[in-house]
Design a protein around this ligand. Sequence first.
Ligand code: PBG
Length: 332
Amino acid sequence: MTPTVAAFPAARLRRTRSSPAIRNLVRENNLSVGDLIWPVFVRDGTGVEEPIASMPGVLRRSVDKIAAAALEAQALGIPAICLFPYTDPSLKTEDCAEAWNPDNLINRAIRAIKSAAPDIAVMTDVALDPYNINGHDGYVVNGEIVNDATVEALVKMTLAQAEAGADIIGPSDMMDGRIAAMRNALEQAGHSTVMILSYSAKYASGYYGPFRDAVGASGALTGDKKTYQMDPANSDEALRLVQRDLNEGADMVMIKPGIAYLDICHRVKTSFGVPTFAYQVSGEYAMIQAAALNGWINGEQVMLESLMAFKRAGCDGVLTYFAPEVARLLNT
Ligand code: PBG
């Protein structure tokens, strides 16, 4: 649709910007608490809340504190919380067996949230990196990330999370064929209502730096993730990945990172019309926080503006570390 504009002075476009009331009336997009998914970091211990230096304001929490945080998020109206583990280095192995241990940190956290705050949806991350001795999302054999053996491990991980009570499985590994394998396994195990939110278009990005500190994977990672995560130069490929994941049974799809990839969000939403999410990743969060803490930008304004940009681009929701702060602001 091409917008039509009358000639001046019939059209004075400033008229509809003249007051808060009128601006409210003509606003095209809205950000609401219902759009937020809150990513959180889990660690071992009890009563622990530990700051992460590269993500000011974000904490690693022990399972009891995660349950308390989920209860708080539920009270704020945040619909979903997404769990990431800081795994003890002694539990990282080449076979990544801790990933599907029914009593690992994530599965314990899922059960704790489900009993403390049953109305918030619990999303998980499926990839081997927090459990892998070399920091990769897949198995490394002779220096190569092997696809099919990794998918088998991811299926075991998925089933353990579903068994613990996860509502939404979030494969972030970028292996081929994983969505179909996970969907089949979930159906066969009787978990037909468990959803898959696929990290369909996940780019090999420098914006993940602070996250890798948060989960303790920075030191471990050998090489880069470019043989499985996408080339930032590509856009058509993102559509093929989304199409493929939908065909294999993904219920929802994600683009990651966020702000630098709004064109992809827009193309995905307009091409497929499916539930579309973006992940405002750790580096984006850190950049806003660092500038705000230096007094160089108005942090609150930039936070809200960046989140509105996702809505404008067509996203149905956003994974953001700002979720509780935004929810508090929007609720007042
Ligand atoms: C790992 C994973 C990553 C993130 C989510 N899941 C990092 C990576 O791929 O190296 C990044 C999230 C963020 O930066 O906030 N499978």
